[in-house]
Ligand binder design. Structure first.
Ligand SMILES: Nc1ncnc2c1ncn2[C@@H]1O[C@H](COP(=O)(O)OP(=O)(O)OP(=O)(O)O)[C@@H](O)[C@H]1O
Length: 294
């Protein structure tokens, strides 16, 4: 049975179509990144999974259940973008309070260890740094030992050190065969911390695969040069080119065949090519190409 299924799901907010006929299935045990630019529909998708929103069309199932059933059975844990902690309680008291709400919670010490909070157990919730607060919110999300963990931009506003600690905690939790879906707009996080990347743009599925597959699928190399005021018309027709961007006098050609593109650029155009730079396959080029296409 799949952990998460979206079956032709759409969500309208009045005239805004935030999720547009989205269908996908996620197997248990996978860690999946939901990647997309601002407004792509990531938070809406997570809120639909949690039953906080209802689809305008289509159905969502979690381990064969509706979102409401999954929440009731303690199968779902979530870390959303906001949500205050009770300031008067210590970290330990707060986590214990929440874990007691679930039928089969994790042990308190296990939660503290997984969230890297053992040393902060006695600290009051209002005396924590931003990164520490996020770790407590992670602890609350895993307290009920959910089979499915949803994280909406969990590392927003964290520094590099906090991020590293956070992802280590997430991997420890996922290692027990649990399913994790995290929304992010950090490409490197999607690349490093997921088994599968689902790219959405304007509420639609733009790509679905491993980070390596997505890079390969859109021609992950690029050629850029200073184009100045010269016309960019026709660059998209050069061999291998999958997408062209011109920004502040620099032209970037995303290509699946860098040699053919360079040959075409020098032999097939009269452009004065200066400041040539080549860059290897990266998820950022793939992401830009994908989200622009849709
Ligand atoms: N409550 C709401 N009422 C009306 N429109 C909304 C509402 N919430 C979101 N939207 C719109 O729905 C679309 C998808 O928003 P959503 O927050 O799901 O995107 P996102 O991918 O999470 O974006 P971000 O990365 O900026 O958090 C956007 O166009 C947004 O403006």
């Amino acid at each position: 049975m799949n952990a998460i299924v979206f079956d032709h799901v759409s969500k309208h907010y009045g005239d805004v179509l935030a999720v547009d006929d989205l269908s996908l299935a996620i197997e248990p045990g996978n860690t999946v990144a939901l990647l997309g630019p601002n407004g792509a529909g990531k938070s809406t998708s997570i809120n639909l999974l949690l039953g906080l929103l209802t689809p305008t069309q289509g159905t969502i199932t979690l381990l064969g259940n509706t979102p409401a059933q999954a929440v009731k059975a303690g199968q779902l844990g979530a870390m959303l973008q906001d949500g205050a902690l009770i300031p008067e309680l210590s970290v330990k008291e707060l986590i214990d309070l929440v874990r007691r709400l679930y039928p089969r919670p994790l042990d308190l010490d296990e939660i503290l260890a997984l969230a890297d909070l053992s040393d902060l157990a006695a600290r009051r919730a209002n005396k924590l740094s931003g990164g520490q607060t996020q770790r407590v919110r992670f602890a609350l999300a895993i307290a009920g030992a959910p089979r499915i963990l949803l994280l909406d931009e969990p590392t927003a506003a964290m520094d590099v050190e906090s991020r590293l600690r956070f992802w280590a905690s997430m991997h420890d939790y996922a290692a027990g065969g649990r399913t994790v879906l995290f929304a992010t707009h950090y490409l490197e996080e999607a690349d490093e911390h997921s088994d599968r990347v689902i790219v959405i743009a304007k509420g639609k599925l733009a790509a679905d695969g491993t980070a390596a597959e997505i890079k390969a699928g859109v021609g992950g190399q690029s050629v850029s040069f200073a184009i100045g005021d010269q016309p960019a018309a026709g660059l998209d027709l050069l061999p291998g080119v999958t997408a062209v961007e011109v920004l502040a006098g620099t032209a970037t050609l995303h290509t699946s065949d860098v040699d053919a593109t360079l040959a075409g650029l020098y032999r097939g155009t009269t452009l004065d090519v200066r400041g040539l730079q080549l860059s290897g396959a990266d998820l950022e080029s793939a992401f830009l190409a994908l989200t622009r296409e849709s």
